[in-house]
Design a protein around this ligand. Structure first.
Ligand code: CUA
Length: 332
């Protein structure tokens, strides 16, 4: 192999490696952790296999025509190639793939069996309101995080409070649009426990790319314990810094947008923060959950998420900021 060819080959191989590396992780449709994702994964691999076979045949024919058989081809053979290769074979392959895909549809759009768990998720620019309806008609509300039990179907009721968003957890299942004024449904049946990442799959404004969330799939017992904890009001802060932070939260007006159950903060515009300290991310998947990120978000919200409704609180002094972060972190 000469110099440029070797470089081209190395670039190609590195590209393949990078592409394959992107197929793993908490947000991969190619590592299914749910029944729906398994079906979609099968369809994907059938499409890849079909495409690969057609590609090999086409490249072989091209090489044959260019290098091995340079002269004119007999008219009968070329007509045969055009009719079979150009019309009949592609039609048969497309019919097969279409039937294969359509046969999956009933399974993917069937409602969950009666009595299945329901989780309501609303999309907003650029975060997720998550509600677990309770038998008494009330609901446990949280944000940017979903917890569901493994090995049972869960019906998501999806809606939007502003523009069109799309709810997608690639590892567990397909995606469904969240449309203002309408309720759409999606059934997910997780088969593995773990933490998975979901994201908004419909362009919904400047910070669309910063609209993600985490899904925790746990055993039924763990789920019941989790829901019982989420149903409780927030803890009264014990440490002096957190107590000062709680007062600052109310005096700075945070409670006009955010609710923290058990306090005077009852805003409905922004995410419910009652158990904020136990979540896996800050600002709907934009930042990891640690004190440095919380401070970064409070000071520079619009720098991190352009056009976000939450104003930056950069006027707070160092001490005040530490108190506020201490309060938010202990909201377990
Ligand atoms: Cu919400 Cu894109």
């Amino acid at each position: 192999m000469n110099g440029p060819a070797r470089i081209a080959m190395r670039l190609f191989l590195s590209g393949c490696l990078l592409a394959v590396a992107g197929c793993a992780g908490v947000q991969s449709a190619l590592e299914p952790a749910g029944r729906e994702a398994e079906r979609i994964g099968q369809l994907f691999w059938w499409m890849v296999a079909g495409g690969a076979i057609i590609w090999v045949i086409m490249v072989s024919l091209t090489l044959y025509a260019v290098y091995l058989h340079k002269g004119p081809h007999p008219e009968r053979l070329t007509r045969w190639l055009v009719i079979y290769g150009g019309a009949i074979v592609p039609t048969l392959i497309l019919i097969f793939l279409l039937s294969f895909g359509l046969a999956m549809l009933p399974d993917l759009v069937r409602p969950a069996p009666r009595g299945s768990m329901v989780v309501e998720v609303h999309g907003l620019q650029w975060w997720w309101r998550v509600r677990y309806p309770r038998p008494d008609g009330e609901a446990v509300e949280l944000a940017n995080e979903v917890c569901i039990p493994v090995d049972q179907p869960v019906e998501f009721h999806l809606a939007s409070e502003d523009v069109i968003h799309s709810f997608w957890v690639p590892s567990i299942g397909g995606k469904v649009d969240m449309i203002p004024g309408r309720k759409t449904r999606l059934v997910l049946h997780p088969t593995k426990t773990g933490i998975f990442r979901g994201t908004c799959a419909e362009y919904c404004g400047t910070s669309h790319a910063w609209m993600s969330f985490y899904v925790r799939v746990v055993t039924r017992d763990e789920f019941d314990r989790w829901l019982a904890r989420e149903s409780q009001n927030s803890k009264t802060p014990e440490l002096p810094a957190a107590r000062r932070g709680a007062a600052l939260f109310l005096s700075s007006g945070c409670g006009a947008c955010h609710a923290i159950r058990g306090t005077r903060a009852d805003g409905k515009v922004g995410p419910d923060l009652t158990h904020f300290g136990s979540r896996h991310s800050v600002a709907a998947g934009a930042l990891p959950h640690d004190s440095a990120s919380i401070e970064h978000w409070l000071r520079r919200s619009r720098h991190i998420k352009p056009e976000v409704h939450m104003p930056a609180f950069d006027m707070l002094g160092g001490e005040q900021m530490n108190d506020l972060v201490a309060y938010l972190e202990q909201l377990q």
